[in-house]
Design a protein. Structure first.
Ligand code: URA
Length: 242
């Protein structure tokens, strides 16, 4: 369910503010009935008309993208850099990423035009498990890794407990590779966590998001989520916090 003014704005008919005015002026009907109050929520099945003209609503679509490095998690970039929607030239719907991966981070990113779905997944209480593989500079001590697992103080507060496992290390090159499992999705979180223990991340990839993996995808490729996967993600997003 989405707010009426948001649906009107999303359909490209008017700005959110203008849509609110149209509603208050009695120019919007839902299933034939004039609605003048703001805050009314509508489902994809409701028929909306603005000044007698039916609102064409996009069907919700859902994709998983293997974002390559060197791409912005946005729908446009004023500096002309590559953005994640460039990988969907065949899609007419206005999709956008659920959360973001840094420009230099590769890996799994969900793309959709379903605002509720995206908001629920991104909500801090949704607790979807995200799995990253991070190559870091130097070889962190066990104790440093334990401190990251317990939660470490960053400028926006202490991180929630994380699971971290060393995959390999190269003593001669002084680098190490870790699998990092977190639930939160703060900005540049993994990079900031390792920075906080003095081992900056050199390379970062998101390998898993909940039950979704990159299996079968090469960097730059996307596939549509199955209806069952979409349902599973919805359930995960609305799970009450333990
Ligand atoms: N953590 C980061 O530091 N960067 C990302 O892109 C995702 C998680």
């Amino acid at each position: 369910m989405e707010r009426l003014q948001k649906v009107i704005a999303h359909a490209g008919i008017a700005s959110r503010r203008k849509a609110e005015e149209l509603i208050q002026e009695g120019k919007v009907r839902v299933n034939g009935k004039v609605i003048k109050e703001l805050g009314v929520k509508v489902s994809p099945h409701d028929k909306i008309e603005v000044q007698g003209v039916p609102v064409e609503r996009e069907e919700p679509v859902y994709f998983v993208l293997y974002k390559p490095r060197g791409v912005i998690s946005s729908v446009s970039d004023d500096k002309g850099r590559k953005v994640v929607t460039d990988f969907f030239p065949f899609i007419t719907e206005r999709i956008y990423p659920v959360g973001r991966l840094d420009y230099d981070t590769s890996g799994l990113l969900i793309m959709t035009n379903d605002g509720d779905f995206a908001n629920n997944l991104m909500h801090p209480t949704s607790e979807v498990e995200k799995v990253y593989v991070a190559k870091v500079k130097g070889i962190p001590s066990r104790e440093a890794i334990r401190s990251l697992e317990r939660g470490i103080k960053l400028e926006d507060g202490k991180t929630a407990p994380a699971k971290i496992k060393m995959i390999s290390m190269e003593k001669t090159k002084q680098t190490a590779i870790f699998e990092v499992i977190i639930h939160e999705g703060r900005n540049r979180q993994v990079r900031r966590m390792f920075e906080a223990i003095g081992h900056p991340v050199m390379k970062l990839k998101r390998e898993r998001y909940g039950f979704l993996t990159l299996q079968g995808l090469q960097a730059g490729e996307a596939r549509e989520l199955t209806p069952h996967e979409v349902k599973q993600l919805r359930v995960m997003a609305t799970k009450p916090k333990k």
